[in-house]
Design a protein around this ligand. Structure first.
Ligand code: HXC
Length: 257
């Protein structure tokens, strides 16, 4: 598949999807979102890929949805565009998504980051939901995922004031896993991707699915869902291998099934 606004490459069992519209700080127009979602789906289906890194460049992960593409749209046009249907597909990606972010992580950019499972940030990263300053509000999950991530009062502060926060503040709020000097943040994302890629893959995917389930269910249903996935793992070869390797005091040799 030909991509115009992203670069997709594979390094061993890691796929790297890089947003590539540097002239507009990686603003997420509809074409770019389509390409990102296509790339994630291609990588998700590829048996040789175990983890996916989503990144931008050092200056900007993404400065939000493309304002120029939306500015003159009517409500009905926005409804017909249904651009968020694409975003919904990101939730269906089974493989772990690791965001490597630097520079601007704003609006839709921050919402895209919050669709990922692990976030490695450079120390220059700046985060915010500034939509209020252009007369709108987050529309790609910001009010929901941010609130679940940081709680009501901090989500209110960020969304209602549109303030920009530093990487350190984002770390304190639990929005990112680690802050790394700008020279190394992408390498660190690769390291964590490699580590996860080296684990038994069905367990990784079912664990991810179970954690995501907690966002849209009661604790009772969530515990039941978790239990079923736990039981399901007992029909994988990797469960037998992992537990036997522990008992035999040797390293497991994962098969991925
Ligand atoms: C379209 C954008 C853009 C955006 C930057 N650009 N952000 N174009 N949509 N979101 C373009 C600028 O127009 C400019 O193009 C070029 O990128 C460089 O930007 P500057 O503003 O000149 O850079 P700088 O002065 O360094 O300021 C950086 C910035 C600022 C603080 C990030 O660009 C900014 O405030 N951007 C908008 C941030 C924002 O409001 N995001 C939320 C969008 S709404 P030219 O052609 O002039 O050189 C949103 C809704 C989400 O995300 C829900 C739907 C998914």
């Amino acid at each position: 598949m030909e991509f115009k606004n992203i670069l997709l490459s594979n390094e061993n069992d890691i796929a790297i999807c890089q947003i590539n519209r540097p002239d507009v700080l990686n603003a997420l127009n509809m074409q770019t979102m389509s390409e990102i979602v296509n790339a994630l789906e291609i990588s998700d289906k590829d048996e040789n890929i175990h983890a996916i890194i989503l990144t931008g460049n050092k200056k900007s992960f993404a400065a939000g949805a493309d304002i120029k593409e939306m500015s003159n749209a009517s409500s009905v046009e926005m409804l017909i565009r249904d651009q968020f249907a694409k975003w919904d597909k990101i939730r269906k990606i089974k493989k772990p998504l690791i965001a490597a972010v630097s520079g601007f992580v704003l609006g839709g950019g921050m919402e895209l980051m919050m669709c990922c499972d692990i976030v490695i940030a450079s120390e220059t990263a700046k985060f915010g939901q500034p939509e209020i300053n252009i007369g709108v509000m987050p529309g790609a999950g910001g009010t929901q995922r941010l609130t679940r991530a940081v709680g009501k009062i901090k989500a209110m502060e960020l969304v209602l004031t549109g303030k920009i926060i530093s990487a350190n503040e984002a770390l304190q709020l639990g929005l990112v896993n680690k802050i790394i000097p700008i020279e190394y943040y992408f390498e660190e994302a690769k390291e964590i991707a490699k580590e996860i890629a080296s684990k038994p893959q069905i367990a990784v995917q079912l664990a991810k699915e179970s954690i995501l389930k907690s966002f849209d269910t009661t604790i009772e249903n969530g515990l039941e869902f978790e239990r079923k996935n736990f039981y399901l793992l007992f029909s994988t070869e990797d469960q037998k291998e992992g537990m036997n390797a522990f008992i035999e005091k040797r390293k497991p040799n994962w098969k991925g099934n």
